[in-house]
Design a protein around this ligand. Structure first.
Ligand code: NDP
Ligand code: PMR
Length: 397
């Protein structure tokens, strides 16, 4: 192990000697070179490095949940029992999505539709996690293809199951890519998958959620601290910034335009963070447009730093080796996959988390609290603009 680590370190140092921009970025500790660290804007008035970690009085409102006749049935003892909830989780084949699927399936109160691009991997993962067959179904979904998203919606409807909660969880992170790659429809892959694929999926499935007679219907879009520049993590370069969205408006296709939302040159880590800002803005725009009319709860969250997941599979080996202990012992932001799954499962099913338009986080005692988004991630004009441009890109307008 020590040998392996030593060889990883020396391998990465020898790359640094080549002196290219890419190798420099790859070999600085966690992507933050001295120069980057100095550039990080920690003096911004809205910046508060403690915010995500502060122990706060949890402002949860416990709301009584009204049940409707369609979802209850009288048991022989005359007690009313709720039918099983039906939840779609995208990217449930690993990491946070799998842990959430497991946590919900274990309660026996949920049927999980695992919306995954690799059918066999998802089946194996469910089995390995000990999920009972009757508690889940795998349906194929590749978010990097709008056709696949539409096909998924069709297949799900064919299953005849109701939809009570939709969790947009899947994501890709391509921090070491030097050139952009693209979805089937020609969008830069991170924003195309993490934002545009989910945007189409959630817009189409809103109708199904609306039909649900379950007591609490929810649409959850997973966000992240790294898209929020009011935190220390969000100030690690490259920072999220949608700019005037000229790249998004032009289709992110890298042909007649940049592959980046702000129109700048390609940076995989920034593209991921920008996609998370879009996720958090989309949740709020959904809330503004549909909460009152439909009663659906729209929510986002930062589940904690789950440093062991497949999200970092494209990162250099040295990063993957050091990132978990860095988060465990230095930032203390680390959470296990199991714990993160319990957190997201709470947002899916906890009767006290029905507030809409909220970005949830957890304090050190693992209690949920309503967190504040950065200025950009809560900008209503940007949210409307992301919505309107995205509608056009996915063929809804
Ligand atoms: P993982 O890589 O473990 O999980 C991502 C999932 O997304 C995988 O199941 C993957 O499928 C799936 N996926 C990727 N591309 C597609 C696609 N085109 N179509 C369908 N599914 C796809 O990462 P995490 O569990 O860490 O990430 C889950 C969510 O949590 C993401 O939204 C991420 O942004 C968020 N998050 C993660 C944090 C962390 O510290 N890890 C912190 C904050 C937020 P496959 O198994 O086939 O690769
Ligand atoms: Mg970060 C202060 C705490 C903190 C937290 C909670 C995170 C979470 N990070 C923190 C701090 C720092 N990180 C600092 C000080 C550095 C510079 C040394 C740093 C670096 C860093 C890198 C290079 N961090 C990273 C990366 C990644 O590649 C990860 C990333 O941005 O993925 C998009 C990442 C993350 N840090 C986090 C979290 C949760 C991530 C990854 C997951 C995500 O946002 O989805």
């Amino acid at each position: 192990m020590a040998l392996q680590a030593a060889s990883l370190v020396s391998a990465s140092f020898s790359v640094a000697k080549e002196g290219t921009a890419t190798s420099l970025r790859n070999t600085t500790m966690f992507g933050l070179s001295m120069a980057d660290a100095l550039k990080a804007d920690f003096s911004s008035p809205s910046f508060s490095c403690k915010r995500e970690f502060q122990q706060k009085n949890c402002p949860l409102r416990v709301q009584s949940v009204a049940t409707t006749p369609g979802v209850t049935k009288a048991s022989p003892e005359g007690k009313k029992t709720l039918r099983k909830g039906s939840v779609i989780i995208t990217g449930a084949s690993s990491g946070l999505g799998l842990a959430t699927a497991k946590a919900l399936a274990e309660t026996g109160k949920w049927h999980v539709i695992m919306a995954c691009r690799d059918f066999l991997k998802a089946e194996r993962a469910a089995k390995a996690a000990g999920m009972a067959k009757e508690n889940y179904t795998v349906i194929h979904l590749d978010l990097a293809s709008l056709d696949s998203v539409r096909q998924f919606v069709y297949n799900f409807r064919q299953s005849g199951r109701p939809l009570d909660v939709l969790v947009c969880n899947a994501a890709v992170y391509l921090p070491t890519a030097s050139e952009p790659t693209y979805t089937a429809d020609g969008f830069e892959l991170s924003v195309g998958t993490n934002h545009l694929g989910h945007f189409l999926l959630s817009r189409l499935l809103l109708e199904d959620l609306n039909k649900s007679d379950y007591p609490s219907k929810r649409l959850i879009i997973v966000g992240s601290i790294t898209g929020n520049t009011n935190t220390l993590a969000g100030n690690v370069p490259p920072k999220a910034n949608l700019g005037d969205m000229r790249g998004l408006a032009a289709g992110l296709n890298g042909l007649n335009t940049s592959a980046m939302i702000d129109g700048g040159s390609f940076d995989g880590a920034k593209a991921y963070k920008d996609s998370k800002v879009c996720n958090m803005l989309t949740m709020q725009e959904f809330h503004r447009r549909f909460h009152e009319e439909t009663g659906i709860t729209f929510a986002s969250l930062y589940p904690g730093c789950i440093a062991t997941t497949g999200l970092f599979r494209e990162h250099i080996p040295l990063f993957r080796l050091l990132f978990p202990p860095f988060q465990k012992y230095i930032t203390k932001g680390f959470v296990s996959e199991d714990e993160s799954g319990k957190r997201l499962a709470q947002v899916v099913s906890d009767p006290s988390l029905t507030k809409s338009g909220v970005y949830w986080s957890w304090n050190k005692a693992s209690a949920s609290f309503e967190n504040q988004l950065s200025q950009e991630a809560s900008d209503a004009d940007k949210a409307r603009k992301v919505w309107e441009i995205s509608e056009k890109l996915v063929g809804l307008a």
